[in-house]
Design a protein around this ligand. Structure first.
Ligand SMILES: NC(=O)c1ccc[n+]([C@@H]2O[C@H](COP(=O)([O-])OP(=O)(O)OC[C@H]3O[C@@H](n4cnc5c(N)ncnc54)[C@H](O)[C@@H]3O)[C@@H](O)[C@H]2O)c1
Length: 734
């Protein structure tokens, strides 16, 4: 018998009720209380339906199971009690599913995340497809939350505390094969037979022919091992013995949780309450039982949903979602043109990285040109290395890697460039050379070809000066390492055509990047706000601050690394060069202290030279290189500075310059400024970006502190005109 409600269909076939979730008018399934009510009504029907011995839950969406709870719901929560209530509703619904009198199988294809996975965990059996589209995880901590519908309780019971904590505290996703190995799912099948196998298993469960073993980590280790020796080896390899020993007795458990907490605090530095709460809640559940665990989960969820950290992280989520729909121009009707082939000029560090992201995610052929055979060899070897790494980490099969690799070809001339729709240049940072590239591309490619420069400091307007078709010229500023850094900063000059911008934004999105579009100006947005931040750190060093203390101050503030470590990463020579360009463009407020040149002369170029502020062992950072102090004022006699003051000075420089960029129209919106700073430069996400930070502190307070330092240090702390304006008008950025 078939029934349809608004978002579900119910069909009984060969004694199995198949409930298909297909959220009306939406591309993916998400959860909300109204959905639960509808689903429960169908389950009540299934309970009394004589024709149905078992139930299969499946999604009607193409490539997603359930992507999680509807996030707008969270923003509407007005009190911790309301948040706790929301969590309890989810828990009650899944408790009922868990205790359902007939067997229930979750048939998972596509994203099965957050509330979606909690839903599946409450079923009796889980089958996932082996498709690369299938991924499972509890990403709530990424929004400053914890799983609030029983996930913190069911997952540890299913796969063991250690493995569950790893997933819950990081929020990372699993592919189906890994999920099977950990025991998150019971079976993995090809997508075309998902429903058939699910129905069959549901019946087998109903008839008592299938009894899934649930002995946590141990079951995982035992599965598939034939001989006793193999079994023993499997157990030692998987750490299952250790896990059992740890989890099954109170002393071991305490050790496990203490260790996990220590590791966690090292990462979060106490700035992210979500994972800390998750740890507590899992522990309560394992020590005091499911009921106490669920209660703790609901309480913690309510507190977290109202926390500033969660609000900021949710805002970032919405900002990135909005950017996904943004074509980067004022006119939303402008469509990107199709890109069937990508060209890359210069296959060095950046060019090879760009060729890789082009081929890896966009699936378009990529043609690289470098200046000589050695450059070509290096470029291809670099791309090959990135694919090999993925095969080694098992995030890709060698066969797929070979297919991708076959998309990337290279030469020392412009053969194969004629049909390129977009050419991204990443040759040396030299205006004359970039001009030559523009002319070469205009001669070798078609009139439709876009010329994008990956320059980090040259104004795009200057690069476009020699172009016959300046409307086709744009900046695509990637960050190093290109395969890992999430941001792409696109720079338009006054004459860039809208279709060119929209096309490049689309290319970036397909490469998996979060894309912001900014207007042209020296240093664009990201390099420009980074410069005064690094300068301030250099001033602090010149005043006698200790390298490690200064780095710690900014890490304590929430940056992933301190400014001095960052200088070593960027290259002290590169920073010095960019610093000079900034000084020329913006005058004395961007003047760097004159200590940098001495460092460069001493061959201290940073990590790449294994010699900078820190010592390096095989490119791994070790400790402060004390000999660097001989090149700095005050020598070895370092002074004590208040840590907060060090951080505040650097951060105010960063934030003040961001506000200038908005005032001068470099930025289109505070949103882009926040996202660019977080995703490109590591500004602490829990603060929501420089503009959210100003709003949270109050523009008046930021102005007052900037003026305070202006009195002490002069011009470089001149407040941004827009900041003063906002304070006068009592305005905020959001
Ligand atoms: N390294 C970074 O962190 C970073 C970040 C963002 C942007 N950028 C910018 O990216 C560009 C490249 O930087 P990189 O770090 O990859 O430099 P790189 O020195 O590693 O690579 C430059 C490549 O260009 C090649 N090349 C030089 N002249 C050429 C020509 N006429 N035709 C073809 N190829 C030629 C070189 O052989 C070399 O392989 C620069 O403009 C730089 O400012 C660098």
């Amino acid at each position: 018998m078939a029934t349809a409600s608004k978002n579900f269909s119910y069909v009984v076939d060969s004694s199995v009720a198949v409930i298909t979730f297909d959220l009306e008018g939406e591309p993916v399934n998400t959860l909300a209380p109204a959905i639960s009510a509808e689903f429960e009504a169908l389950m009540t029907k299934a309970a009394s339906d004589q024709a149905a011995k078992a139930i299969v839950i499946i999604s009607g969406k193409k490539d997603s199971f359930i992507a999680g709870a509807k996030i707008d719901l969270l923003q509407a929560v007005k009190s911790p009690a309301e948040g706790t209530g929301l969590s309890r509703q989810g828990q009650t619904s899944f408790d009922r599913l868990d205790a359902f009198e007939k067997p229930v199988v979750a048939a998972i294809h596509g994203a099965c995340l957050g509330g979606g996975l909690e839903w599946a965990l409450a079923c009796d059996y889980r089958i996932a497809t082996d498709s690369p589209k299938t991924s499972l995880g509890l990403p709530e901590v990424q929004l400053g939350l914890i799983p609030g519908a029983g996930g913190t309780q069911r997952l540890p019971r299913l796969i063991g505390a250690q493995a569950a904590l790893d997933l819950i505290l990081t929020g990372r996703n699993l592919k189906a094969k890994k999920a099977l190995k950990l025991g998150v799912v019971d079976e993995v099948v090809p997508a075309p037979i998902l429903l058939e196998v699910s129905k069959q298993r549901a019946l087998e469960l109903a008839n008592g022919l299938l009894k899934p073993e649930r002995t946590r980590g141990l079951a995982t280790a035992v599965a598939g091992k034939k001989s006793f020796t193999e079994l023993l080896k499997g157990l030692t390899d998987s750490g299952a013995w250790a896990e059992l020993a740890l989890e099954e007795n109170p002393v071991g458990r305490k050790l496990l949780f203490d260790q996990a907490r220590k590791q966690l605090l090292k990462k979060t530095r106490g700035k992210y309450p979500g994972p800390e709460k998750a740890l507590e809640v899992v522990k309560v559940g394992l020590e005091k039982g499911m009921k106490a665990g669920l209660e703790a989960e609901a309480q913690a969820f309510g507190e977290l949903v109202m926390s500033d950290v969660s609000r900021r992280l949710v805002e970032i989520f919405f900002a990135t979602t909005a950017l996904k729909k943004d074509n980067g121009t004022k006119d939303p009707s402008v469509k990107p043109r199709p890109v069937q082939k990508l060209g890359v000029l210069g296959g060095g560090l950046m060019g090879a990285g760009i060729a890789y992201v082009g081929s890896a995610l966009e699936d378009v052929p990529v043609r690289i040109k470098d200046k000589d055979d050695e450059g070509v060899r290096r470029a291809l070897a670099h791309v090959r290395g990135l694919y090999d790494e993925r095969v080694k980490k098992r995030s890709m099969t060698w066969r797929d890697a070979e297919k991708k690799m076959a998309l990337v070809t290279a030469s020392t001339d412009y053969s194969g460039f004629r049909r390129c729709d977009v050419v991204i240049e990443a040759v040396f940072e030299d205006l004359k050379l970039k001009h030559q590239m523009v002319k070469d591309v205009e001669a070798a490619c078609g009139p439709h070809t876009i010329f994008a420069s990956n320059t980090s400091s040259l104004p795009i307007t200057r690069i476009a000066e020699v172009a016959k078709r300046p409307e086709n010229v744009i900046g695509m500023h990637y960050f190093s390492p290109v395969n890992k850094m999430p941001l792409l900063e696109i720079i338009t000059h006054k004459g860039t055509a809208d279709w060119v911008t929209a096309t490049c934004v689309e290319v970036g999105k397909k490469q998996g990047k979060t894309v912001i579009v900014v207007n042209d100006g020296v240093g664009f947005y990201t390099s420009r706000i980074l410069a005064p931040y690094l300068n301030e750190a250099a001033y602090l060093l010149a005043e006698g601050a200790d390298v490690a203390e200064l780095d710690r101050a900014l890490v304590d503030f929430g940056f992933p690394v301190g400014p001095i470590t960052l200088l070593d990463e960027v290259g002290i020579d590169v920073a010095a060069k960019v610093g000079k360009i900034m000084h020329e463009a913006f005058g004395d407020r961007m003047l760097a202290p004159d200590t940098t040149d001495a460092l460069v002369k001493d061959g201290r170029l940073g990590r790449k030279a294994k010699k900078g502020f820190y010592t390096y062992d095989d490119a791994k950072k070790k400790e402060v290189d004390e000999t660097v102090y001989a090149l700095l004022p005050h020598g070895k006699e370092r002074k004590r500075f208040d840590r907060y003051e060090m951080a505040e000075r650097c951060v105010l420089q960063f934030v003040n310059e961001a506000v200038r960029c908005l005032g001068e129209g470099i930025l289109r919106s505070p949103r882009d400024g926040d996202i660019g700073a977080i995703f490109g430069l590591g500004f602490p996400p829990f603060l929501g970006g420089p503009f959210r930070y100003v709003d949270a502190q109050g523009p008046g307070k930021i102005l007052e502190r900037t003026e305070h330092y202006q009195e002490r240090f002069g011009k470089r702390f001149t407040p941004a005109p827009l900041l003063t304006e906002y304070v006068k008008a009592g305005r905020r950025f959001y």
